[in-house]
Write a protein that binds this ligand. Structure first.
Ligand SMILES: [Zn+2]
Length: 262
């Protein structure tokens, strides 16, 4: 019952608070530590499925810009268990394992990296968390909008290289863990062992990548505005705007310069 009430408060809060600029939120001291969090694949899918056509900016002529791309803001992660006390200042990426389509074998998935600014219980969640909280988690970490690793919006993608990531405390890779080790896995990893391949087979450190907003292909940061997605060929794969839109006209939470008027 308490949780229900809090959710309603959060919804009201989301309706009344516009995007909070990153510089208004104190930045933690970054530790350079990375954690992998194993979740049920439905956690990723359900979050990505929240995408809906919405207002993402306004042109200088006052016309609304709408898009369903990048409309899921990644500002919180929930868990049934408390996060470690020293998690603030670390990066979390979530991994899951699932069959991508009927008849295929199971593959790894990864979502975009999350920079932990705050950790605590649902009751105390900071004002800059404006996206809807779904599920019945009690413990949360939060980041201000647009402060995540690589992109402000939520996405996940299949990624076989997850299995090669080393867990120094166990002396094993993620792929060497047994099925029974995986549920509830939350563990520090050696990020230097996480290399991924783009659609052209080019190797790059995972931390230097983001997901194409149209097809979730893994792309190097440098191939954002000066490149195109090698898989779906969309131009400017980090931007949710329809073609021919001036990106500066997007609201700040989608990487533009416009402030949302309430
Ligand atoms: Zn693409």
């Amino acid at each position: 019952m308490v949780i229900q009430q809090n959710r309603k408060d959060l919804k009201d809060k989301a309706a009344s608070i516009s995007y909070m600029r990153e510089e208004q939120v104190p930045s933690p001291s970054w530790t350079g530590r990375y954690f992998a969090m194993f979740v049920n694949h439905s956690e990723m899918k359900n979050k990505a499925d929240l995408a809906t056509e919405r207002d993402i900016g306004v042109t200088s002529e006052g016309e609304k810009i709408t898009s369903s791309l990048g409309s899921v803001i990644h500002d919180h992660i929930g868990s049934n268990r408390p996060f470690p006390e020293d998690i603030v200042g670390c990066i979390i990426f979530r991994i899951s394992r699932a069959v991508p389509f009927k008849g295929a074998s199971a593959t790894w998935f990864v979502d975009n990296g999350f920079s932990v600014y705050w950790s605590g219980r649902l009751d105390d969640i900071p004002d800059y968390v404006t996206s809807q909280i779904s599920g019945d988690h009690e413990h949360f970490v939060a980041q201000p909008t647009a402060s995540g690793l690589g992109s402000p919006y939520y996405s996940f993608t299949s990624c076989e290289e997850v299995g090669e990531v080393l867990i120094p405390s166990l002396g094993k890779t993620v792929g060497e863990l047994s099925e029974k080790d995986l549920p509830d896995l939350f563990i520090e990893v050696d990020i230097d062992t996480f290399h991924v391949e783009d659609g052209d087979g080019e190797q790059m450190p995972w931390v230097d990548t983001f997901h194409c907003i149209s097809c979730s292909e893994i792309i190097h940061d440098d191939d954002d505005s000066n490149g195109y997605c090698g898989k779906c060929y969309c131009p400017e794969p980090a931007h949710p705007a329809p073609e021919d839109v001036n990106y500066a006209d997007l609201y700040e939470e989608w990487g533009g310069e416009r402030k949302r008027q309430l």
